[in-house]
Design a protein around this ligand. Structure first.
Ligand code: 4NP
Length: 155
């Protein structure tokens, strides 16, 4: 089945997954097929629902000419697993939490983002409790993994 909708997943949906949503959208648009995918992000936790992304994520994206300031945090829910084709998770905890929220076997839709994007079985570390370097490191992994995902599903 062709993949046409992608959900990026992290814990809080204010750092890594909003960055992934914005970067992936930018990467597909720059390749000329932005209208081919529905792209969203959500958190497995609900602490920040309704908020914009963390300022450090917004500024890291802006450093690379990507504006994620208008994205709004939302929590992943069970219905998402019917609606979306692919769930790209930042770390192994996100995968376990996705499977718990899904409530039935959607394992074939739930993937580790970096691994699915060809970077190997690595997590995109949570930068929330660190400084700018962690956000830039997350951005670089997200950009590389996005290119791998696009090559895998859109070529
Ligand atoms: P994220 O980072 O999962 O990349 O959005 C976090 C943001 C907030 C929290 C944890 C991780 N928090 O505990 O509030």
């Amino acid at each position: 089945m062709a993949i046409s909708s992608i959900m990026f997943v992290c814990l809080g949906n204010i750092c890594r997954s909003p960055l992934a949503e914005g970067v992936f959208r930018h990467e597909v648009e720059s390749r000329g097929f932005g209208d081919r995918f529905v792209i969203e992000s959500a958190g497995t936790g609900g602490w920040h629902v309704g908020n914009g992304p963390d300022m450090r994520a917004i500024n890291t994206a802006l450093d690379h000419d990507i504006d994620i300031s208008q994205q709004t945090c939302r929590q992943l829910n069970r219905a998402d697993f019917q609606a979306f084709d692919l769930f790209l998770c930042m770390d192994d905890d996100n995968i376990a939490d996705c499977k718990a929220i899904a409530g039935r076997d959607y394992d074939d839709k739930i993937m580790l983002f970096a691994e699915y994007g060809g970077l190997g079985k690595v997590e995109i570390a949570d930068p929330y409790y660190g400084g700018h370097d962690g956000f830039e490191a997350a951005y670089q992994m997200i950009k590389a993994a996005s290119a791998g995902v696009i090559a895998r599903i859109a070529s």
